[in-house]
Design a protein around this ligand. Structure first.
Ligand SMILES: Nc1ncnc2c1ncn2[C@@H]1O[C@H](COP(=O)(O)OP(=O)(O)OP(=O)(O)O)[C@@H](O)[C@H]1O
Length: 315
């Protein structure tokens, strides 16, 4: 059984205006998405800013009221607050945010930041708590010297590792990581991602990894969905997406990954320009007359794409 199943999830925000503040339209932030996250695996949600990724993450953790659809966790419906409470959901699902400086309380020492979820969810003695906090800091490569420092005394990468330690303190089954490394330098990004992968293996955690950059998630995700305008344009395994992309929006995101090989930069620039040109001329075929993403078509057991009818063929 999948750890998480998302069924036809919709989150629509009303747009109000006028003297009576009437609803005159909606923002279709998330407009009918379906996917599953397996135990111990990483699922990627990739798309440009405003495509609806964060809204999905916030809906799963319970920070966003959903318009319709279902969120199942271990087969149990957790779409409402009452249902989440009944299954200790708040302990089992944690989140890592992009901005580590604002997500860690600046007035608290690291010890208390990491101990806080433990105090909320576990009944530990003082000695057990100290032992657990030390163990967690050690897991993310920080030491006893760091225990009583404040967040501002750390680098961005270290703070993000503290965010990881806090998120895993309650032994969660799912961690939602919303752009966890976007604010970091490339070398520091790799370090934080390595810690996240090691922790995943050690504790069999599932990640929902949200990013705007297909380059960053290449080595993290087992499966992924490419999102645009509140819907999925393509979903599949890592191999489906990186080696057999079908939707022009996915191809465009792939072409945007910088080429680290200096000799090939010119070729890469030309390829990127060509992909952009195709996207500009062809994109109207891939969206309906209101600019919405077409319905997904399954083209293999693992791979679905929102293709125009005349493009659909099995792999
Ligand atoms: N509370 C809200 N009220 C109205 N519209 C909202 C609200 N929250 C988000 N939106 C809109 O919903 C859409 C999706 O937003 P969301 O933050 O999920 O996108 P995203 O892909 O995560 O973007 P980013 O990477 O910039 O965070 C956007 O158009 C956004 O403006």
């Amino acid at each position: 059984m999948s750890l998480v199943e998302i069924k036809d999830l919709k989150v629509h925000y009303p747009i109000r205006s006028g003297f009576f503040n009437r609803i005159h339209d909606y923002v279709y932030a998330v407009d009918g998405v379906n996917f599953e996250i397996e135990p111990g695996q990483t699922y990627g949600l990739i798309g440009e800013t405003g495509s609806g990724k964060t809204t999905i993450g916030r809906s799963i953790i319970g920070l966003e009221k959903i318009t319709s659809g279902q969120i199942l966790f271990n087969g149990k419906d957790v779409s409402t607050k009452r249902e989440r409470k009944a299954v200790h959901y708040n302990r089992d699902v944690q989140m890592i945010f992009q901005d580590s400086l604002s997500s860690l309380n600046p007035k608290k020492r690291i010890y208390d930041i990491i101990a806080e979820p433990l105090r909320n969810f576990e009944k530990l003695s003082d000695t057990e708590e100290k032992h657990r906090v030390r163990e967690l800091l050690d897991t993310v490569g920080l030491g006893d010297d760091d225990l009583f420092k404040y967040p501002f005394e750390f680098s961005g990468g270290q703070r993000q590792r503290i965010g990881v330690a806090r998120a895993i303190s309650t032994n969660p089954k799912l961690v939602i990581a919303d752009e966890p490394v976007s604010a970091l330098d490339l070398s520091v990004q790799a370090q934080v991602l390595n810690y996240m992968q090691e922790i995943q293996k050690q504790f069999n955690i599932s990640y929902l990894f949200i990013s705007h950059d297909l380059g960053v998630v290449r080595h993290m995700c087992d499966s992924m969905a490419i999102m645009h305008r509140g819907r999925f344009v393509e979903l599949g395994t890592r191999d489906d997406i990186y080696n057999h992309p079908q939707h022009i929006y996915t191809k465009r995101l792939l072409a945007a990954i910088p080429d680290i090989n200096v000799d090939q930069r010119e070729d890469h620039r030309k390829h990127r320009k060509e992909v952009e040109k195709v996207f500009d001329t062809e994109q109207s075929r891939y969206y309906d007359k209101n600019g919405r993403v077409l319905p997904l078509q399954q083209i293999s057991e693992t791979h679905s794409v929102a293709l125009p009818e005349d493009q659909v063929k099995g792999e």
